[in-house]
Every structure is written in C-alpha cells, then in structure tokens.
Design a protein around this ligand. Structure first.
Ligand code: C5P
Length: 209
C-alpha cells in the first residue's frame, strides 16, 4: 500500500502531477480542491455568504453529482472555495471523506493544501509543488485566453496572490510544506519534466517503481 500526498498553491501543477502519479503507480486519485469548490458553488447558488461559517457549513451538504459539474473549474468557484475553506467547521465536515480515501487498502494519491500535514501525515511520499506567482499566472492566462480573448493577466496574478495569502495565512490547516515533504519547483520545468521528477522523488521515498 502506498499513500502519496501532493500539496501546493493554485496553478503550481500539483493536480497534473497527482493525476500522472496515480496513473503511473496504478493508484486511485482524489483532487481534494474539488470538495471545497463544491462547497463554494453550493454557497454561491444558494446566494449565501462564503465568509459566514453558517452559510458555508450549509454548503457542505452537496450531492456527489455536483463534483462532475464544469462550473467547479471556474475562477469564481476557486475564489469561493478558498473563502469557505477558511472555516474550521467546513474543514471538519470534509475531513472524514478525505481520510477514508487516503486509508483505503490499496493506497491512494491525494492532492490539496493540507494532505501531508493534516489528512495523511503518515503518507509514504509527500511532494510540495511550487512555482513562482508570475509563472502560475502565465499558465492560467494561457488557459483562459483560449476561451476569452479579453482575459486579464494582471487580474489573474492578483487573484493568485490573494488566494496564496488566504490559503497560507488561515489559522486552520494552512497551506504549508510538511517537514518531510520533497520540494518540487515547476517554475522552469515542462509538464513532462515535472512529472518525471515527481515519479523519481516518489520512487526514492517508497522504493517502488
Ligand atoms: O486546488 P484548488 O485550486 O482546486 O482548491 C481550491 C481552494 O480550496 C484552495 O484555494 C483552498 O483554499 C481550498 N483547499 C483547501 N484544502 C485542500 C484543497 C483545497 O483548503 N486540501
């Protein structure tokens, strides 16, 4: 059984890396950000206030089908997710589901902000994926401009910096590199180079190929 924890800020490449690790090692994968995004979108649709813990907790009761909704990928969903995820009651409501996924018999890959520190501190391999805010804004901009020629790179950079601040400075399970996590800086790496490096780091920690 192998548990792999992948943490890092928005647009660092952690989701792509986690998915590739899951495929390479034949493990199930959970993108935990989607759970927070589902809470955010539930609050948005109920016209609730994401900064109010009562409204945010009500959003935790979402149906599983919402996890497949493309709206979860939007910037607004990301911002709402980051705002609802500050509340300890929201984190508590989602913790069991994530821990159960991490503890399933064959092992698993999970990516998020607090996997190596809170959800799976016992993980066999932990990666902390980083990239400069500028590089992350460029990636988001290149994605967005394909659908929206008016995409605003400066606004995307400001949003990324605000999200970093909120995720790192919150009191409950902040974004933080676990002491035993390997750092993977993807600023100057192609996707394929970042994935190869991630596989090598996990192999070095687990002895598995
Ligand atoms: O990773 P993603 O951008 O989808 O996450 C959306 C938001 O959900 C993050 O900005 C963060 O505030 C929150 N989140 C979290 N803990 C996790 C995963 C996501 O607080 N494990």
């Amino acid at each position: 059984m192998t548990v792999i924890a992948v943490d890092g800020p928005a647009a660092s490449g952690k989701g792509t890396i986690a998915r590739a690790l899951a495929a390479h090692f034949g493990l199930p994968w959970l993108d935990t950000g989607l759970l927070y995004r589902a809470v955010g979108v539930s609050v948005l649709r109920a016209d609730g206030d994401p900064d109010d813990p009562v409204d945010a907790l009500a959003g935790c009761d979402f149906p599983d089908i919402l996890l497949d909704d493309p709206e979860l990928r939007s910037e607004t969903a990301g911002t709402y997710a980051s705002r609802v995820s500050v509340h300890p009651v929201v984190r508590a409501a989602l913790i069991e589901r994530q821990k159960a996924f991490a503890d399933q018999p064959g092992g698993a890959v999970l990516d998020g902000r607090d996997i190596g520190t809170v959800i799976a501190p016992h993980a066999h391999a932990k990666l902390f994926v980083e990239a400069s805010a500028e590089a992350r804004a460029d990636r988001r901009y290149r994605d967005e401009v394909q659908d929206n020629p008016d995409a605003d790179r400066a606004a995307i950079l400001a949003d990324i910096e605000a999200r970093d601040r909120r995720d790192s400075e919150r009191a409950s399970a902040p974004l933080k590199r676990a002491d035993d996590a390997d750092l993977l800086d993807t600023t100057n790496l192609t996707i394929s180079a970042a994935v190869q490096r991630a596989i090598a780091l996990v192999e070095a920690r687990t002895g598995k190929r």
